[in-house]
Design a binder for this molecule. Structure first.
Ligand SMILES: Cc1cc2nc3c(=O)[nH]c(=O)nc-3n(C[C@H](O)[C@H](O)[C@H](O)COP(=O)(O)OP(=O)(O)OC[C@H]3O[C@@H](n4cnc5c(N)ncnc54)[C@H](O)[C@@H]3O)c2cc1C
Length: 413
């Protein structure tokens, strides 16, 4: 057992998992330092994130009441059907399956968020506790604490180090050097962008496109992911009323799109894109949806070239149980998975809530740090690993193509 006292926790990574962990620890009276690699927090990482009660309720646990209310107000409007729906190329329904996760039918169901808005909510009030442009490169642990070293050679000392540094985590590389990242490239649906919802587009769209996340497919194998984001309230307006000290960028309604490319289309590595690249990729997508419903074609044709980007996906194999210590991992660092089930962010937030609960036990003097970390890691593995495995089955069964690319059958990129 230990003397009851709040902990000082170092967090590598200011993504969703790291920021939620920081907020949850501050809410419980601990202190934190967050080290984020990127100096610019606007790197393109995706737009709409589908949420369920796993991620949403974890946010309730980690955020102060007003920031949680702000998350709710700025999240997507409720939809009629809590299901993932598959459509044909004329946007007729082919099949559906319920969203994953526990019951989600409270007065304000969890729906989905604009990623950047959520990150702004999660970084609110961190002040000097968050440093950007500050990658963690290694750590040394001893009986009394852990020292993290940053890329500039400076160090920070804490009771615990949390690796929330994403799928290519430096902290995991040191903690679990035998866990490789299995890259899958961008063949499946790795090129993303946003289409603004104009009144003309709105008029064209059948009502079914207002139902959360949808996938349309044709007999040739072309696929179009459509995720429609209309917030419950405009982000800037909600912030001004609910938490006036928090600044949120306005986010006009949009559709997040990812679409197949025609056979043979080459997607250059991200660093080699020119102004022409997104235009060419959009043309290729339009050719891939030749003959589709006019709304589907209008959604692809309306893609904002500025918004387009490519993400090479990857995933981790579940790691064997390891010896708990003062260093742990959360989110994609622990269970990076293919995005097809829309679960990675939900599980990342869930890890944050589980870890905060366990570290609170240390602060109450009930357990020591390794015992608390071990209990968290056991819960994390039990919750996340089965879903990680499901994403692999889903890719195989749904023909996502990501695993084919992982095995060397590369077509694009
Ligand atoms: C296109 C796309 C769509 C998705 N859709 C969904 C969805 O609908 N629903 C869902 O639940 N999930 C979705 N996901 C998955 C989700 O985005 C991830 O699971 C989630 O972002 C993981 O959060 P994280 O904080 O663990 O990692 P990240 O979001 O990757 O954050 C890690 C952070 O660590 C920083 N970092 C990296 N290295 C270091 C270092 N050495 N030191 C310090 N900082 C470092 C990075 O800059 C980054 O800010 C999607 C993913 C993609 C790519």
């Amino acid at each position: 057992m230990t003397d009851p006292r709040p902990l000082h926790v170092l967090i590598a990574g200011g993504g969703l998992a790291g920021l939620a962990t920081a907020q949850g620890l501050l809410k419980s009276g601990h202190t934190v330092e967050v080290f984020e690699r990127d100096a610019d927090l606007n790197r393109k990482q995706g737009y709409y994130l589908h949420f369920n009660a796993i991620g949403g309720e974890a946010l309730r646990r980690c955020l102060p009441d007003d920031l949680f209310a702000l998350y709710q107000e700025t999240s997507r409007r409720s939809y009629d059907r809590p299901e993932s729906i598959v459509l044909d190329d004329q946007l007729n329904e082919l099949s559906s399956r319920p969203h994953m996760g526990p019951p989600n039918d409270g007065p304000v169901p969890h729906t989905g968020v604009h990623r950047r808005t959520l990150r702004q909510v999660l970084s609110a009030r961190l002040g000097d506790a968050m440093r950007v442009g500050a990658p963690v490169v290694s750590y040394v642990e001893d009986a009394d604490g852990v020292t993290a070293t940053l890329a500039d050679g400076s160090t920070a000392r804490g009771d615990v180090l949390v690796g929330a540094d994403g799928i290519r985590s430096a902290v995991r590389r040191q903690l679990l050097p035998d866990v490789p990242v299995i890259p899958t490239g961008i063949r499946g649906i790795g090129v993303f962008g946003r289409t603004p919802i104009t009144p003309e587009l709105d008029e064209l769209m059948p009502h079914i496109l207002d139902q959360g996340v949808l996938m349309a497919v044709d007999r040739k194998g072309s696929r179009l992911l459509i995720a429609n984001f209309r917030p419950r309230r405009p982000a800037d307006e909600a912030a001004a009323e609910v938490a006036p000290d928090v600044v949120l960028d306005p986010v006009p309604a949009y559709i997040m799109v990812s679409c197949s490319l025609t056979e043979g289309t080459v997607v250059p590595p991200v660093g080699e894109w020119t102004a022409q690249t997104p235009l060419d990729l959009r043309e290729s997508m339009l050719a891939a949806v030749e003959g589709w419903h006019p709304a589907a074609r209008a959604i692809v044709a309306g893609l904002d070239p500025e918004s387009m980007f490519a993400i090479p996906f990857g995933f981790l194999e579940p790691a064997e149980t390891w010896e708990p210590s003062r260093v742990t991992i959360v989110g994609d660092a622990a269970h990076g998975m293919l995005p097809t089930l829309g679960m990675g962010a939900n599980l990342a937030l869930n890890d944050a809530a589980l870890l905060v609960d366990q570290l609170d036990r240390v602060a109450r003097g009930e357990v020591d740090v390794p015992a608390a970390v071990g209990a968290y890691e056991q819960q994390m593995r039990e919750t996340s690993y089965p879903i990680l495995r499901m994403t692999l089955d889903h890719d195989k069964n749904f023909g996502g193509g990501a695993l084919a690319e992982a095995s060397g059958d590369r077509q694009a990129g």
